[in-house]
Design a protein around this ligand. Sequence first.
Ligand SMILES: [Zn+2]
Length: 88
Amino acid sequence: MSLECLFNITEISQMSLIKAELMEILVCPADKGDLKELESERKLECSVCGRRYPVKNGIPVMLIDEAKAKTPSSENDKQQQQQEQDGR
Ligand SMILES: [Zn+2]
């Protein structure tokens, strides 16, 4: 009953942050956008809104509050295509 058993799981998935199966069903909770892995930062970045969700011990933390979009210092992020209709 040791916590170390849980942490060993992360060592198995060194190739990617999370399982591919999990990756397929994960979407941004804010806008259902696709997520891509930022392996060096251990985060998942939404391709739509740019929020970054931390991955802790192989488990993505899909909380909008924690995924504050990186403050655009020099980049203009006004190119979001929010007018696209959701496909029925
Ligand atoms: Zn998003």
